[in-house]
Design a binder for this molecule. Structure first.
Ligand code: ZN
Length: 259
């Protein structure tokens, strides 16, 4: 335990080990592999099982409790099909009777915590001073974030090619892809932060979406109690294919610790 300033409430307190990606996600994928998850990254590291859940002391006990009770627990129950009603369609799933605002704040809190983390798995994430203040207020006070500031899209990952081999199938269910940033150009007023876990692929559009785009872009709407999660083929997401391809190359070259 270390004393320091909590990054959420700014109070001087004992800080707890904080997980940007919820510890319960790590636990769930760690369990079937004897406490070890498959981590995919773009770096040169060997593919390895890990029991490192990317934790770091950032928040006080109260704030940590708020995030896990208020956002993580509820959102993971929804995503795991234990809350609300899910109607499955061929190309999407329709979730009813769910508090979409809590899910949005859950995904934004992953990004927010990741951006504050010095763990190497989150090195791609940065946040500006003003956006930090905006997200802090929203997470702490459970308020909406304007779609013109941040928009969140969620997809379910599928393999529509049917070509996944054994290694890929194993990876599909058990991987957490370290967050990366799409189109990180200084000329671009928008950047998209992407990450994946438990078979879902999440995009956070920093810079938000314009009013005209809102009905077409598929962003979650905090004022609604339903959401549509489209299916997306993992092989249609170049960055995930690249991460997976590098992993496959490493696997083929024997640069792996996984049997
Ligand atoms: Zn705090």
């Amino acid at each position: 335990m270390a004393i320091g300033t909590c990054k959420l409430c700014f109070k001087e307190k004992d800080l707890k080990k904080s997980h940007a990606i919820a510890n319960s996600i790590f636990k769930r994928i760690l369990r079937p592999a004897n406490g070890k998850a498959i981590l995919l990254s773009n770096g040169d590291e060997k593919i390895a099982y890990t029991s490192d859940s990317w934790a770091e002391e950032q928040l006080c006990g109260e704030c940590e409790g708020l995030l896990s009770r208020k956002y993580e627990k509820y959102s993971l129950e929804v995503l795991r099909g234990r809350r609300g009603t899910i109607i499955n369609h061929p190309t999407s799933d329709y979730y009813q009777n769910v508090q979409v605002k809590e899910l949005i704040l859950f995904f934004l809190s992953i990004y927010w915590r990741g951006a504050h983390s010095s763990h190497k798995s989150y090195h791609a994430l940065n946040i500006s001073f003003s956006n930090n203040m905006l997200l802090r207020e929203a997470i702490l006070n459970n308020t909406n974030v304007l779609l013109s500031k941040y928009a969140v899209r969620v997809y379910k990952l599928i393999d529509s090619t049917g070509s996944a081999n054994d290694f890929e199938s194993k990876v599909f269910k058990n991987f957490i892809a370290s967050p990366y940033v799409k189109n990180p150009s200084v000329l671009h007023s928008r950047v998209t932060i992407c990450f994946a876990f438990e078979g879902f692929y999440i995009e956070i559009i920093e810079g938000g979406v314009k009013f005209k785009e809102r009905s077409t872009i598929g962003a979650l709407n905090a004022n609604e109690e339903s959401m549509r999660i489209k299916h997306i083929c993992l092989f249609d997401i170049p960055q995930l294919v690249e991460i997976m391809g590098k992993s496959l190359d490493k696997q083929r070259a024997g640069h792996t610790l996984i049997k």
